[in-house]
Design a protein around this ligand. Structure first.
Ligand SMILES: *[C@@H]1O[C@H](CO)[C@@H](O)[C@H](O)[C@H]1NC(C)=O
Ligand SMILES: *[C@@H]1O[C@H](CO)[C@@H](O)[C@H](O)[C@H]1NC(C)=O
Ligand SMILES: *[C@@H]1O[C@H](CO)[C@@H](O)[C@H](O)[C@H]1NC(C)=O
Length: 135
């Protein structure tokens, strides 16, 4: 005769053991994967023509997953109808003179942080800067 309560106990213990093992290996995996936060932006300077759309690719590494914030000249960058920040792109549609500025991407988690700045300039100001260099 089958002893139902006993086989049920064994089943419950087996299920609990599997859950505990899975949980432990998940935690080990998780702690192994601590990755320092790193922000990469495609270029330190973006040279644009006023009126065109601008796409700046960027990437953020890190574990635990860092939070990411963009700043324009040190002030929180506001998403608006022309400015959109996605997971890997800063997009400014129909650029105008107000968009020429320093944009900083900051990312941080509990363990580390990083930031990278991109300067948006026009071809004209790029040429002026070069002319200003005594060389
Ligand atoms: C640029 O566009 C914004 C609206 O997105 C406007 O508020 C601002 O005055 C414009 N700046 C210039 C210099 O045209
Ligand atoms: C990351 O930060 C947490 C919380 O401050 C800390 O417990 C942990 O030891 C840190 N890990 C590393 C690798 O710095
Ligand atoms: C800037 O200089 C480049 C060559 O260095 C030239 O082709 C371009 O026309 C110049 N642009 C302006 C706006 O002066």
């Amino acid at each position: 005769m089958i002893d139902y309560p006993n086989s049920l106990n064994i089943l419950v213990m087996a299920v609990l053991a599997i859950i505990l093992l899975a949980d432990e290996s998940w935690q080990q995996d998780h702690s192994k994967k601590i990755i320092p936060v790193r922000v990469k932006v495609s270029l330190p300077t973006a040279i644009i023509s006023i009126g065109t759309d601008l796409l700046i690719p960027y990437s953020v590494e890190g574990n635990p997953i860092p939070s990411v914030t963009w700043y324009k000249d040190g002030h929180l960058l506001q998403d608006n109808e022309r400015t959109i920040v996605t997971e890997n792109l800063l997009i400014i549609f129909r650029t105008n003179a107000s968009d020429l500025d320093y944009y900083t991407c900051k990312a941080s988690n509990l363990n580390s942080s990083d930031e990278t700045t991109v300067n948006i300039i026009t071809m004209e100001s790029a040429n002026n800067t070069n002319m200003g260099n005594p060389r």
